[in-house]
Design a protein around this ligand. Structure first.
Ligand code: Q9C
Ligand code: ZN
Length: 359
């Protein structure tokens, strides 16, 4: 399988995020992608390739131009406004109750603030998403990695893996958050449906609900979204990801959430994976985009499920058994020491190769 990766992710190198208002070491760090790349390179069965530049148009096909402008300008604007920090995080967000009672039209006409702190809250979901000097460039390269993996599959590969970093699935049309700036999987799915005229499915197996992907395709019948994730009653993103969120309008019945119990093991999880795969198989289409997270791992520092490395091999095997072409894109996973072997296990499973003997 071809593995698409770019060194430009390294520019997004936050050292600190905030957790309940307190600075803590950043989770979403360059070492994550480096660990996966080293394991896949060392396997010998993967071919590493660089991305092609795709420009802003495919990003603007799913994102609000205001979000794209904000991500591109945020760091320079923070410096211009004299925010002398090594990372930018908001502290004030436009939560829904602030606008309670106002008409939709008046709410929609509230202007974007000019102060960079206000702008960061305006376009953001949460305070664990630091922006640093190289964030915009890394986010752009992550999209290029995803689109290049999609190109490979549309060009005839059965499957391709995009080592995206930063991840994407929490980013909505007009919102960054959860370590995500541009929604790599949604941008790839949109490009695939435009180019093939086919329906596309997105399977999201990160431990967190992909609220951004759900939001982008909420009213769309041509892109269906299935997600397995820790029940949002317990875990980020907290406010979406429940089983009764099924889409609306033309998208009704094209969104499927399968929240998982605390410490769900391989067997519990794989039974729901089969439900999601059966549901994907019900709709036509030849390509599935996989939002692949390893924060479902039993030892992940921020997840609360209980999957094992052997479980990832079996997950890859079952997803490939769908018989559709796979654009596999990296999302989360924060146990840096296990990420390489978990990615290797999943992708070897998807290729029909046996699990690797552990080094
Ligand atoms: N310090 C992805 O896995 N909150 N995003 C973390 C812990 C945000 C995870 C708080 C978690 C976002 C792509
Ligand atoms: Zn996650």
């Amino acid at each position: 399988m071809k593995v698409v990766h770019s060194d430009r992710h390294r520019g997004h190198a936050p050292t600190v995020e905030t957790y309940l208002g307190v600075p803590v070491p950043a989770c979403e760090v360059p070492a994550r992608a480096e660990a996966i790349l080293a394991a896949l390179g060392g396997d010998g069965g993967f071919e590493l390739v660089g991305p092609a530049e795709h420009g802003l148009d495919p990003i603007l096909a799913v994102h609000d131009p205001g979000l794209v402008r904000f991500v591109e300008e945020a760091w320079a604007e923070a410096e211009r406004q004299g925010i002398g920090r090594d990372f930018l995080v908001a502290d004030t967000y436009p939560t829904r109750a602030m606008f309670q009672g106002m008409s939709d039209g008046l709410v929609a006409a509230r202007p974007e603030p000019r102060a960079i702190g206000g702008r960061t809250g305006w376009w953001g979901l949460d305070s664990s998403n630091p922006i640093v000097a190289g964030t915009a460039d890394a986010a752009r390269s992550s999209v290029d990695v995803a689109l290049t993996a999609a190109d490979l599959v549309l060009g005839g590969e059965t499957a391709a893996y995009g080592l995206c970093r930063p991840p994407g699935h929490h980013a909505a049309a007009a919102m960054a958050g959860g370590y995500c700036f541009f929604n790599n999987a949604a941008i790839a799915a949109q490009a695939i449906t435009e180019r093939t005229g086919e329906r596309v499915a997105i399977l999201d197996v990160d431990v967190h609900h992909g609220n951004g992907t759900q939001q982008i395709f909420w009213r769309r019948g041509d892109v269906r979204y299935a997600s397995l994730h820790a029940d949002p009653i317990r875990l980020y993103p907290f406010f979406l990801g429940h089983g009764d969120e099924v889409g609306e309008g033309p998208g009704r019945g094209h969104n499927r959430n399968l929240p998982q119990p605390l410490r769900a093991d391989d067997a519990t999880y794989l039974a729901d994976l089969d439900r999601a795969l059966d549901w994907i198989a019900e709709a036509p289409g030849s390509v599935v985009v996989v939002s692949l997270g390893f924060d479902t791992f039993e030892h992940d520092p921020i997840g609360d499920l209980g999957l094992t490395t052997a479980g990832y091999h079996e997950m890859g095997r079952r997803v490939a058994a769908l018989g559709r072409r796979l654009v596999i894109l990296q999302e989360g996973g924060y146990h840096v020491g296990a990420l390489g072997e978990n990615a290797r296990a999943w992708l070897r499973g998807a290729e029909g190769r046996p699990p690797a003997a552990l080094a």
